[in-house]
Design a binder for this molecule. Sequence first.
Ligand code: DOR
Ligand code: ZN
Length: 346
Amino acid sequence: MTQTLTLRRPDDWHLHLRDGAMLQGVLPETARHFARAIIMPNLVPPVVTGAQALAYRERILAALPEGMAFAPLMTLYLTEDTDAADVAAAHASGLVKAVKLYPAGATTNSHGGVRDFAKVQGVLEKMAEIGLPLCVHGEVTTPEVDIFDREAVFIDTVLDPLRRRIPELRVVMEHITTEEGVAYARDGGDRLGATITTHHLIINRNHILVGGIKPHYYCLPVAKREKHRLALRAAATGGEGRFFLGTDSAPHVDALKEHACGCAGCFTATNTMQLLAHVFEEETALDRLEAFTSLNGPRFYGLPVNEATITLTKGDVAAWPAKIFTEAGPVTVFDPGFPVHWHVNA
Ligand code: DOR
Ligand code: ZN
């Protein structure tokens, strides 16, 4: 019996598209399945001002192949010099949907991020006033804190105090990876949401480290131990409105992943929907996949749900390219390590 599943077209609430040749190469991988995505601003140099975000949006639209429909939802990279009036004007344009907080040094191109939160208090207050969400990379960068504890420590020492200072601020905990992240998001009230990636539902830290180091499974926040993966699965598939998909699909060319100091990021744009159908079926939650990919995110961001649909079919073992060949170099597509039987209909 063929099993099919028709959903409202999904959105990706956390995506890295990069720029130039890489953008050109990876954009179709997302636009093929997704209607919209929140576009991360950690370019070199970062997308800090409203004008830079609108110019980047134009470059994305120019890279979109003929016949593909896709709406980039832009973000601004928060720095200690960010101007509250510029943020408000960007929000008023209707094209900028969030501001991204990178603690300085937390991840790829985050050195321009925030060190002293007192310096961004005014911007955050303005965002709370106008209802513009803050997307948070939730890891401390203190060298003494073990990398596997950085999310939990961030919640206690940075995120919770920040939300108590500015309770009206809408916050998205991006790519949560721990049971502490799940628990905090659950208790956080209506102004708090959390994205979960595809790969953190599939891998734990053993997948990265056992039997040889697997650079294509290395991302930030790094995958944690198994109990955390199980907590993420329960959150994603449980139907609660505060959890939604943000793939954090983050392309780096293979030469920089397979390297003595390899870049962080898993590239899942190509096969996310197939993998999620597999995961949700394993959790006997296929009826909740649409909430996770297509309903909860728009509700949090105050946007309409998509009218178009996407259909998935279960059949023979699915195949997708092992690599996407961009003009910047080859990018390896995330390999779940098990056969997947779900296909996205053309
Ligand atoms: O794995 C990651 N890659 N995590 C991030 O936070 C950034 C991203 C990137 O830009 O490569
Ligand atoms: Zn990211």
